[in-house]
Design a protein around this ligand. Sequence first.
Ligand SMILES: C[S@@+](CC[C@H](N)C(=O)[O-])C[C@H]1O[C@@H](n2cnc3c(N)ncnc32)[C@H](O)[C@@H]1O
Length: 282
Amino acid sequence: MTLQKQLDAVLARKRLTRINGYAVVTDRLDYAEIDQVFPIYPEQAFFLDEIVGDAIEGASVLEVGVGSGVLSIGAIRAGAAKVTALEINPRAKNIAGFNIVMNGFEDRISIVDGAADVFAPVAGQRFGYVFSNPPFEPTPPDHPFFYHSAAGPFGLDFIETMFKGLYDVLEPGGHLQIVTAAPGDEAGPFMFAELAAQYLKGPTRIVSSPARLDYYEALDWLPEKGFFTVEQTEELKRMARARGVTHSHLCVLHHHYDGSDVSDVVMTTSDKAYASPEIPFE
Ligand SMILES: C[S@@+](CC[C@H](N)C(=O)[O-])C[C@H]1O[C@@H](n2cnc3c(N)ncnc32)[C@H](O)[C@@H]1O
């Protein structure tokens, strides 16, 4: 078999996506095992558009949850000096390594084994820019789901863990950027904003795409795909109704660590409408 045929055979079993002028390999959408390496959706495009150039230029960066490596590669292309990327999924580490080499950044991005105690693998280190597209899917308690998705009944548990440990890893003057799908009402992702106000001190801005989803319709695909039972999904819906949740918002959070001890969270809407997070990016 020629090298080209070998490469073609590998890529035929994967999904190759071009985004912002570079290419990454991910799992295909029909790879439905728990260790699926997250395909490219509009959320990665939203994240990349929102990178703060001045803050990332020359920065030492930490990514939580590298997946295919798409965001770490984007961070280097945006001017980061180097990226330390945490990951718990063994298949993601393999595929991210492939993409990092394919894009020529093997000397600038290091993949480090992640842990349940999210920042423990980088204890004692600080970074000028910390970012993540964290596990985000509303998930019944103790349900394994996909590595990239299990995140508690409102999809916010992983983010809360990151907020709790943030100031141990973010340098004073540094920047936090998170992209996620967050529960809220018609006006915005209020549950995400409340969580940010509880933990983050100093200026925080949550930018939402105008293309929001009906929260309950978004939950319905879980039993349809056989991930959860109808009863588990109904319980998630009951909890959301009790909190006044109506919509899921694709959004990006920016936080600047300015040393202030007062939280200051504002919600805004992006000019560009990113498509539904349920539709993979082509
Ligand atoms: C929503 S995916 C995002 C992947 C990639 N950054 C992207 O945007 O396509 C979340 C990633 O976090 C990883 N992850 C989950 N728990 C983790 C942990 N405790 N530490 C590090 N990574 C984790 C998952 O395996 C998954 O690859």
